[in-house]
Ligand binder design. Structure first.
Ligand code: FAD
Length: 537
């Protein structure tokens, strides 16, 4: 039996676990991080992420001419998250939301800048809200180097900490239980992944930083939100393979309250990874805005068409309301070169490697590398020079004749003829939204200029089959503003803390029903810092 001792044991070496460890070392604590993954994956999901962080009133915003304020930001947060749906009484998540908005400039932005993290000069404008109830201004600040750089730099800071002698790291160790004595959580126990040898850790404080539940698709389906009807048959896994809720259950076994597990930030445009690292590994495409979005039969979604960038939750709900819970996008090579993008560090090498020249070239001239990767390797993509052949290939891919060629042809013809009539007469809702999206310079560079689907010289045509991809848990282990896990009465459980995605990014669900994007990495860093401060006190 392996026996370990520390002042604080942290379960999970993702961004939340790493940041809390840095702050705890600075407070003189002896820290042990236990992670069931291998050392190569130290950093968790942050390492795979794109690194977009939701921040308010930053120099990047001001330099881009954006007037923002914590008041406006909080108003957007509460309305997009639909906090009133709980009658406004769900106290902990709301207080975490208020605190994050008020403190993120200091505790996230300045903290990261202080550790040498830079951002792209112009924030992007995501989650604007279907009817304008989302981000009123651009707030998504992308780390120059993606989440990979963010995680790598934080690991560097941790390992290079002046008090790194007080840090111990255990990889391939799975925590299964919290240890309790005299009403106090005083450590954890579990087994190693390699040979199932038992181990225990004794500590005054225990921090759960083990991520969400969205890596367990059975659990995702079991907690499917009623607004989304039945869960689709296929849900791809875009989360961590160990985000299975084991530590949520351990917290609940000690009386910790789990809340809002049915609130998730899943994405509508998932495709199968062609080099999967886990079962049903999904990639989340940033849905092309100029593509036509069709249901499983090949009918265009309507009367309100599906367009990305406004309300991700609505996209998922609209697709799940169909008899079959997957969809198609139809576009052409010209649109794909401009708009095709995959969320995360892996398929954005120029941003990840901080290659400015490559990044600018991709943005201005189109990302040929990504187009080739996707069209050559992705099992959910078909291309063809003609529409009838494209539809035939879609049907071969799906294995039945579900896609109706006449319906696809009619949708494409109607959309293209509207573009032919000229901008002054655009009356299609997708075109109206494209005009709005293109007005923000950060987005204009990445959106085609009212491009028809069928036009000589723009081919071949491309169809992408899109599945729902599971990603983030908005709910989780409920915590108070000191990140202490609370029970059903709201009383803290002595010695136990939860941070990051495990805690629904703070309070057991600080985003509410919807997230303004980038509040995940931001929430991990912020909740980690609050926990360290509380323990240090
Ligand atoms: C492709 C991709 C792109 C993303 N892009 C963005 C973005 O641009 N902006 C944004 O805000 N968010 C983004 N996210 C989400 C964000 O990366 C995560 O929400 C965040 O990194 C979660 O961090 P965490 O530390 O809470 O948990 P995790 O990163 O999940 O880390 C948890 C750790 O705990 C370990 N663990 C789990 N259970 C146990 C156990 N029982 N015992 C021991 N160890 C355990 C795991 O091995 C893991 O290392 C993205 C995610 C992905 C996958």
């Amino acid at each position: 039996m392996g026996r370990y001792k520390a002042d604080v044991v942290i379960v999970g070496g993702g961004i939340a676990g790493i940041v809390v460890a840095i702050d705890l070392l600075s407070l003189g604590q002896r820290v042990l991080i236990v992670d069931r993954d291998s050392e190569a994956n130290f950093g968790g999901l942050a390492k795979e992420s794109f690194g977009g962080i939701w921040l308010v009133d930053t120099p990047q915003q001001r330099r881009s001419g954006i007037k923002d304020s914590p008041e406006l930001a909080l108003q957007n947060w509460l309305s997009f998250g639909d906090f009133e749906a709980d009658g406004g009484v769900d106290d902990h998540p709301r207080r975490w939301a208020e605190a994050y908005v008020a403190d993120c400039a200091r505790d996230v932005y300045r903290f990261l800048k202080g550790h040498g993290i830079g951002f792209l000069p112009m924030p992007l404008w995501v989650e604007r809200g279907l009817y304008g109830n989302g981000n009123a201004v651009p707030r998504w600040h992308v780390v120059w180097g993606t989440g990979h750089r963010l995680a790598a730099r934080m690991i560097e800071v941790l390992r290079g900490h002046p008090d790194a002698g007080k840090l111990e790291l255990l990889f391939n160790h799975r925590v299964e239980r919290l240890e309790v004595a005299a009403g106090l959580v005083n450590g954890v126990s579990g087994t190693t992944e390699v040979d199932r040898a038992a181990f225990t850790v004794e500590a005054e404080s225990t921090i759960i930083a083990s991520g969400g539940i969205n890596g367990d698709i059975a659990r995702v389906k079991a907690n499917w939100h009623p607004d989304w009807g039945r869960p689709p048959q296929t849900i791809l896994n875009g989360s961590h393979q160990f985000a299975d809720g084991l530590m949520h259950d351990a917290a609940a076994a000690c009386g910790g309250q789990l809340t809002h597990l049915d609130r998730m930030w899943n994405y509508a445009a998932g495709v199968h990874h062609w080099r999967p690292r886990k079962p049903d590994h999904g990639l989340s495409l940033v849905p092309s805005r100029s593509a036509l979005w069709l249901n499983w039969r090949g009918e265009r979604f309507g009367p309100m068409p599906l367009v990305g960038g406004f309300d991700t939750r609505d996209l998922v709900g609209r697709i799940c309301a169909e008899e079959r819970g997957y969809s198609w996008q139809i576009l052409n090579r010209k649109i794909a070169l401009k708009e095709l993008a995959i969320s995360g560090a892996e398929f954005n090498p120029n941003v990840r490697e901080r290659n400015l020249r490559g990044f600018v070239a991709d943005t201005l001239f189109g990302n040929r590398w990504l187009y080739d990767q996707v069209t050559k390797n992705c099992a959910d993509v078909v291309v063809s020079e003609t529409l009838p052949e494209l539809v035939a290939r879609m049907n071969v891919l799906q294995g039945d004749n579900a896609v109706n060629e006449a319906k696809v042809r009619a949708s494409v013809a109607s959309y293209d003829s509207e573009i032919d009539r000229g901008p002054a007469l655009y009356n299609d809702e997708q075109l109206r939204r494209l005009a709005h999206l293109r007005r923000w310079k950060g987005d204009r560079l990445r959106i085609a200029n009212f491009q028809k689907i069928i036009e000589p010289g723009t081919g071949p045509l491309m169809a992408i089959r899109l599945f729902i991809v599971s990603r983030k848990s908005l709910g989780g282990i409920r915590s108070d503003l000191s990140a202490r896990v609370v029970d059903d009465t709201g009383a803290p459980i002595a010695g136990l803390y939860a941070i990051g995605e495990a805690a629904g990014f703070g309070g057991g669900g600080m985003n509410g029903l919807r997230a303004l994007e980038g509040t995940f990495l931001g929430g991990c860093i912020y909740s980690a810092r609050r926990a360290a401060r509380a323990i240090g006190r």
